[in-house]
Design a protein around this ligand. Structure first.
Ligand code: FES
Length: 168
């Protein structure tokens, strides 16, 4: 009987270990930045190598900023909050939940973010799908230069979003 219990314990332990590895892998993928340069409060991110539906997290002025090429089959693909870079649409937002500041996790198969703290949800344009977050994820000042995204400068697209009341 105790042999059987030992065996079950090992199986469960291995199972839990695999789960932890999977979570670590997902976290590492989420935190894989694109090639970027930081200087004087700006972060310049080269998005030419970005793959659809793969979240990257950049650091801008000490805050995580999510950058993701949104795939055409994503329900949020036509959202006005997305940034046009070349022929592609990108999601760009500060990666802090607008409820109490936790970092939401992206679930690529669901095309949504779920906040680990109180279950708030956002789509892949940063719009709230489920409360308690009171407002969408915040879009930082940005400028597009060719295939580069400059975080920390207000370019034409950012100014248009501002004029439309999409960003504060
Ligand atoms: S901090 Fe995200 S739901 Fe509360």
């Amino acid at each position: 009987m105790s042999d059987r219990r030992d065996f079950m314990g090992k199986v469960l332990g291995a199972w839990a270990g695999l789960g932890a590895l999977g979570a670590l892998y997902a976290a590492k993928r989420t935190w894989d930045p694109l090639p970027s340069v930081k200087a004087a409060g700006k972060t310049v991110v080269d998005v030419s190598g970005a793959k659809e539906n793969e979240l990257h997290t950049e650091l801008w002025r000490g805050k995580p900023v999510f950058v993701m090429k949104v795939s055409p089959n994503d329900p949020a693909h036509k959202d006005k909050r997305l940034v046009q870079i070349g022929n592609d649409k990108f999601f760009v937002a500060i990666g802090l939940c607008t409820h109490l500041g936790c970092i939401p996790t992206y679930f690529p198969e669901k095309h949504k973010f779920i906040c680990p703290c109180h279950g708030g949800q956002f789509n892949s344009a940063g719009e709230v799908l489920k409360s308690p977050p009171p407002k969408p994820l915040v879009i930082p000042p940005f400028k597009v230069e060719g295939t580069k995204l400059v975080l920390g400068e207000e370019g034409e697209q950012y100014k248009k979003l501002k004029a439309a009341g999409v960003v504060a």
